[in-house]
Write a protein that binds this ligand. Structure first.
Ligand code: FES
Ligand code: FE2
Length: 358
């Protein structure tokens, strides 16, 4: 038996806070792991991230009538004024600015079309540990993307994405076919690299509408789903759609297949709500606007099917009596591995946590 997924949030980790396109030269706020963060892009184009609370009386700086004047934020309540480094440069009614008047800053990096922010001790932030999703910012790939709010703890979305057998039931008529649930998975956990891999290779499967309308293939296909999850935030699904019997060439080229990289950034907003960032990158029909519109609309629909189910599930796990248990089977191997890794990230420093169990 298994405990239901926890609401504990990892700290000292990178999370996707936004798409780069969302941040311009205006005040923008998003809550990550319960911390309300103020973002804006300076005149020179850099993204800044700082606490969205004025040090004076905690007025949210993202809130009108707070204004951005050149590269300074003027609090809309009493006028405390901050520079791009978070330091207060002016206060009303006195010339001396208290030395401690500064907003906490967050390490922030733009990479692969995402704005990544570090939650935790800034001294521990290492940009080289941010996992990559290079397809999202690569001219060889065409991308559609979006973000949906989820009123459920982020672990429920991790569970959902690591067990795609639910496609057959929750997403029938979109991406689900009988073979997804019927085909066993292989799971691999690499604790050193911080990745959980789950693969499902379907040699002879029905082609769901999501792929038949986008690739032009119909009837039976070869369909591979290779997941790599980098806890806590980045999830990638390498999806390969090909005519029956087709396999990649020994040199690694794969000219007969269609490749789709499905990327999710799973960012806790609070302990029980989540930002569900999704993107679909493809290496075919790259200039076909109709295919882009179709995939965007289909994937958003699929994401909203998950959102509806998980919003309900959150209410259930939040209100079930303490001690309620789940029953796990083979399909849950990847999800349980992810839970173990996440538990290790949320454990208090020095606590012994079981990791690496396979
Ligand atoms: S709360 Fe911002 S200046 Fe008073
Ligand atoms: Fe789903």
């Amino acid at each position: 038996m298994t405990e239901p997924v926890s609401t504990a949030l990892p700290r000292d980790r990178w999370f996707v806070a936004a798409y780069c396109r969302e941040i311009g030269h205006e005040l923008f706020s998003r809550t990550v792991c319960g911390e309300s963060i103020l973002f804006w892009r300076t005149r020179s184009g850099e993204v800044t991230a700082m606490a969205d609370r004025c040090v004076h009386r905690r007025f949210p700086l993202s809130q009108a009538p707070t204004r951005l004047v050149d590269d300074r934020v003027v609090c809309g309540y009493h006028g405390f004024t901050y520079g791009a480094d978070g330091r207060c440069v002016a206060v009303p009614g006195q010339t001396r600015v208290p030395r401690t008047a500064r907003l906490a800053r967050y390490p922030v990096v733009e990479q692969d079309s995402f704005v990544w922010v570090w939650i935790g001790d800034p001294g521990r932030a290492d940009v080289t540990t941010i996992p990559r999703a290079t397809w999202l910012n690569d001219p060889q790939w065409t991308v559609v993307s979006g973000m949906e709010p989820l009123r459920a703890r982020f672990g429920l979305l991790v569970d959902n994405l690591l067990d795609l057998s639910h496609e057959t039931y929750l997403h029938g008529g979109y991406i689900g076919t009988p073979e997804v649930a019927a085909t066993p998975i292989t799971t691999e956990v690499d604790d050193d690299a911080g990745v959980v891999r789950v693969s499902r290779r379907m040699a002879d499967a029905e082609c769901p509408p999501f792929y038949s309308r986008s690739t032009g293939l119909s009837g039976r296909i070869s369909r591979w789903q290779d997941i790599e999850y980098f806890p806590p935030c980045l999830y990638t699904l390498h999806s390969r759609i090909a005519p029956l019997g087709s396999v990649p060439h020994p040199d690694g080229s794969d000219p007969d297949a269609f490749h789709v990289e499905v990327v999710y950034a799973i960012t806790p907003e609070t302990a029980t709500t989540t930002h569900d960032f999704w993107a679909v990158a493809r290496d075919f029909a790259r200039d076909d606007q109709e295919v882009s519109e179709f995939l965007a609309e289909q994937n958003r629909t699929v994401v909203l099917q998950d959102v509806a189910a998980l919003d309900v599930l959150e209410q259930v796990v939040a209100t079930d009596p303490p001690g309620s248990q789940e029953l796990s089977i083979n399909i849950d191997t990847g999800g349980l591995a992810a839970r173990r890794m996440l538990a290790a990230m949320t454990a208090p420093a020095g606590a012994a946590t079981e990791v690496g169990a396979r």
